[in-house]
Design a protein around this ligand. Structure first.
Ligand code: HEM
Length: 445
């Protein structure tokens, strides 16, 4: 009873609207999270601010972007980040700003422009292997989600371990990818219901045991060959695990090709645009220099990142000592505050018909508005923003140009809006677990 009075009537957050259950107990959000419905549930509730827990508020107003994710923000990552990895903590989970800053500096060489330039031949090599797989499937349903995941895994292996995982050389995706999927589910269960985690993990059924050992298997995959100075072997394991995890995200490419398959006119627009940069015949692999600034390709990539962001959900932060005024409301210190890019990028006042995938909007002058730029944040912003942004854009543009230049693509009957529905466990997971599309060679002129 005391808790009810405290959370509903005495809390400084009591004026912020939100579901009654969410005000009373943090378990409401945890259950929504474990079901994979966080993003959509919060999105449906959204106004400029919504209370999503006794001590947690989600914002969607433009002023909060700077306050939470600006270069000078005083808010730090929320405690939940520590539950995302096994100690010692890596870049993704370090909350202390100075430790996090030092780790980012140490890893910055991996994402530098010169490293990125050296990266292109490695990406092209894996892309050609992907092309062989697509070519072998012509006229038959091909699971692009599995294909893109194997591609991304091999690129990250090449870049950060100095050797490919060889995923594209096999017929089936390696079990490592399944372990990546299980990892966040297990983290959530362990952090929120440790007693349930502990009880379930003791069930002596081989399938259950296999599921619970996913985290241990993930750590073993990273090996210390590429140890960087100033990081212990174990810290290196963790960082490489982080990079492999973050870099194996392929849902953006999957949604991009699904949308192209549903919108053949955009395939033609990209093909026409690529004609303008082809110099050495149609068989050549276009370089990143050739495609990086192409407006139609850029519009297709940005629109896919807007409608289907790979990390759509809240990026939780904790308010600093003394609290903060956010959305004209005093938010006390140690409150968990967040924004989700899915909601800001589907704001109907900025993006007309926000649920419709329409790259044309990126070719209009609206893209220059402050609000447009500020609310488009698929890679987040500020000190903890994605360091892999340029690498991700390079992969997205190179692969799209490579495949669309060679193939037409259509949706296979088994792929439906229902099977493509978004579920999220921090990163997006497709409800159907696959995305089958059919490719045909483009008739060469
Ligand atoms: C479409 C592709 C990608 C998207 C949409 C994306 C998005 C994001 C977002 C939103 C964050 C911030 C998470 C937070 O604040 O909690 C993040 C962090 C991060 N991303 Fe990415 N990412 C992508 C690809 C990559 C790639 C290819 C790599 C590297 C191989 C990478 C490495 C990282 C790392 C290391 C962090 C943690 C940064 C930190 O905490 O300082 N990401 N990413």
């Amino acid at each position: 009873m005391n808790q009810i009075i405290k959370h509903c009537f005495l809390s400084p957050l009591r004026h912020i609207p939100g579901p009654l259950l969410a005000r009373l107990t943090s378990k409401w959000l945890i259950l929504v999270d474990l079901a994979g419905h966080r993003t959509e549930t919060i999105h449906r509730l959204h106004r400029s601010a919504v209370r999503i827990g006794p001590n947690e508020v989600s914002f969607a107003n433009i002023e909060s972007v700077k306050e939470l994710y600006g270069q000078r923000t005083a808010s730090i990552k929320a405690p939940v980040y520590e539950t995302f990895s096994i100690p010692p903590l890596g870049i993704f989970s370090l909350r202390d700003p100075s430790q996090h800053g030092q780790r980012r500096k140490l890893l910055s060489h991996a994402f530098s422009q010169s490293n990125l330039n050296d990266t292109e031949p490695l990406i092209v090599l894996q892309m050609q292997k992907l092309g062989v797989k697509v070519g072998a499937s012509v006229g038959r349903p091909f699971d692009v989600l599995a294909g893109f995941r194997m591609f991304s895994l091999d690129v990250v292996g090449e870049l950060f371990l100095g050797k490919s995982f060889g995923a594209l050389d096999r017929d089936e995706p390696p079990t490592y990818l399944e372990d990546v999927d299980k990892h966040f589910l297990l983290c959530g269960l362990d952090a929120s219901f440790p007693w349930l985690y502990s009880a379930l993990s003791r069930i002596p059924v081989p399938a259950v045991q296999h599921f619970f050992r996913a985290r241990q298997r993930l750590l073993k995959v990273a090996n210390s060959d590429s140890t960087e100075a100033q990081l212990s072997d174990l810290e290196t394991y963790v960082e490489i695990g982080n990079l492999v995890f973050a870099g194996t995200d392929s849902t953006t490419l999957t949604y991009l090709f699904w949308e192209l398959a549903r919108n053949p006119s955009w395939q033609e627009k990209i093909q026409k645009e690529l004609e303008t940069v082809h110099g050495g015949g149609r068989e050549e692999v276009l370089t990143y220099d050739c495609v990086v600034e192409l407006p139609v390709l850029n519009a297709v990539v940005n629109e896919s990142l807007r409608v289907h962001p790979a990390a759509p959900a809240s990026l939780p932060r904790e308010t600093p000592p003394g609290g903060r005024i956010l959305n004209n409301c005093f938010i006390p210190e140690n409150t968990v505050v967040s924004m989700q890019c899915y909601t800001t990028q589907h704001d109907p006042t900025i993006y007309t018909d926000p649920d419709i995938w329409d790259p044309e909007r990126w070719l209009s002058p609206s893209v220059l508005s402050f609000e447009w730029k500020e609310l488009f944040m698929p890679f987040s912003k500020g000190l903890q923003a994605c360091p892999g942004r340029n690498l991700a854009l390079m992969k997205l543009k190179l692969v799209t140009a490579f495949l669309v230049d060679r193939y037409k693509v259509a949706v296979a009957p088994e792929t439906t809006a229902e099977s493509m529905a978004m579920r999220d466990h921090f990163l997006v997971v497709l409800k159907g677990g696959e995305c089958k599309l059919v490719f045909w060679p483009v008739r060469k002129p």
